[in-house]
Design a protein. Sequence first.
Length: 195
Amino acid sequence: MSDQTIRSFIAIELPEAVKTGLQQLQTELTLPRYSFVKCVAPEGFHLTLKFLGNISAQKITEITRVMEQASQVVSSFQLQITEVGAFPDLRRPRVLWVGIKGEVDKLIGWQQRIDEGLVPLGFAKEARPFTPHLTLARLRENCSPGDRLHFGEMVASSHVEVDYTFTVTSLNLMKSQLFPAGAVYSRLAEVKLKS
């Protein structure tokens, strides 16, 4: 069993109240009404700092050490969830997200230290700049351009109010198991920040 790999990523977990709020936001945007939109389950809401892919169980300790080193200079800080957007944009949405504001500079610096610290372990640095966001839903590949445009226009015209503030106090190495019903996440390691 030791050669088995674990699909994993490094993320900030969200408070239950924020997850509940984001679920209400999904309902406000009437996402269940669109058969081509797949909502992220509330337990799947998290702020990913680095997707690692499949790792061996032996790497968990080394990855956790990098997380600890990158976190030594970081004290707890506040983030705010605001505005709804889409990648690449609302005319051709593929991923529906909510943006992150607040002490974002602290978050980005932290993410960069983690990214650089993981290079010696064989993980490539991110090619694109880190854009803090939470994924609300994904549009299925077979979604027509017309449906994409209509959905994007609906989101743009809905003027939903999003304002959740939360304090980041820890960083987690997460395990992702894929099942037909969706992904199931569990924590492999946790690094606490100074308060």
